[in-house]
Design a protein around this ligand. Structure first.
Ligand SMILES: NC(=O)c1ccc[n+]([C@@H]2O[C@H](COP(=O)([O-])OP(=O)(O)OC[C@H]3O[C@@H](n4cnc5c(N)ncnc54)[C@H](OP(=O)(O)O)[C@@H]3O)[C@@H](O)[C@H]2O)c1
Length: 208
C-alpha cells in the first residue's frame, strides 16, 4: 500500500520504519517541511520519502496522523476527506490546551479530528508507548505478541488498519466505534500502555 504519515516524531517515524520494512511505500511529513527530514530518511535507510503534510495526505491511503492533538486543525482536511485516516493522537490538556467538551467527556479527540478532516477515522497506536511500538513486534503465534486496540465506525476501515497492525507484528483488538470504543483505550484506561496479549486486552475492553 501507499501510506502517508503526518507527523515525523516518535510515533510517526517508528511507524514509518515498520511500514517500510514490510514493503509498503511510505511518505512522511512534519510541520517544518521535507528538507528538515533528510536526517530521519537517511536513518530509516529504506525507501521512505519526505514530503509536505498535504502531499502525504494526497499520497497515501491509509494516512497516519501522528501530531500533537492540539495541532489537528492544521491537518490538510481537503486531502484527507474520504480517506482512511489512522489517528494515533491523545489529548493532553497541559500540552494541547484545554477543550471543555473533552474535559467533560462530551466528545473525544478522535471525533474532533474526524469532524475536521471528514476522513474515515480509525483510532489506533495511541495506547502503546513509542519504544514498545519500536521493540515489541512479534510474529503471529508468538506468546509475547502484544495487542494494539483500535476503534472506528467503519468495518472496512477497521479491517484495513487491523491488517496493518498484524503485519507489523502486533495483535489487533477492536474496541468498538470511534466514540465509545475510543474511550476504552484512551490515556487512563486499563489497556493503555498495558502490553497485554489479545485475549486479556479483549476482556479488559469488554469490562470497561
Ligand atoms: N510518544 C508516544 O509514546 C506516544 C504513544 C502513543 C500516542 N502518542 C500520541 O501520538 C501523537 C504523536 O506523538 P509523538 O510522541 O510522536 O509526538 P512528537 O515526537 O512530538 O512528534 C510530533 C510530530 O508532529 C509534527 N507536527 C506538529 N504539527 C504538525 C502539523 N501541523 N503538520 C504536520 N506535522 C506536524 C512535528 O513536526 P515538527 O517537529 O516539524 O513540528 C513532529 O514531527 C501525539 O498526539 C501523542 O499524544 C504518543
Amino acid at each position: 500500500m501507499r501510506i502517508g504519515i503526518i507527523g515525523a516524531g516518535r510515533i510517526g517515524s517508528t511507524l514509518a520504519g515498520h511500514l517500510d520494512r514490510i514493503g509498503h511505500e511510505v511518505a512522511i511529513s512534519n510541520s517544518r517541511g521535507p528538507e528538515t527530514l533528510s536526517g530521519l530518511v537517511a536513518e530509516l535507510g529504506g525507501s521512505v520519502r519526505a514530503v509536505t503534510a498535504r502531499e502525504a495526505a494526497e499520497f497515501g491511503e491509509p494516512v497516519v496522523v501522528a501530531v500533537p492533538y492540539g495541532a489537528y486543525r492544521e491537518l490538510p482536511a481537503e486531502e484527507l476527506r474520504d480517506k482512511v485516516v489512522i489517528d494515533t493522537c491523545n489529548y493532553y490538556p497541559e500540552r494541547d490546551g484545554h477543550d471543555p467538551d473533552l474535559d467533560a467527556d462530551r466528545t473525544t479527540s478522535s471525533e474532533r479530528i474526524q469532524a475536521h478532516t471528514g476522513g474515515n477515522l480509525v483510532k489506533a497506536f495511541n495506547a502503546i508507548h513509542w519504544e514498545d511500538l519500536r521493540d515489541r513486534a512479534r510474529p503471529p503465534g508468538d506468546p509475547e505478541r502484544v495487542a494494539i486496540p483500535l476503534s472506528g465506525s467503519d468495518s472496512q476501515a477497521k479491517a484495513v488498519v487491523s491488517g496493518v497492525i498484524d503485519e507489523i507484528g502486533f495483535a489487533p483488538v477492536i474496541a468498538g466505534d470511534l466514540g465509545g470504543g475510543g474511550r476504552r483505550h484512551q490515556p487512563g484506561t486499563s489497556v493503555y500502555g498495558a502490553l497485554l496479549p489479545a485475549d486479556e486486552t479483549s476482556a479488559l475492553l469488554r469490562a470497561h
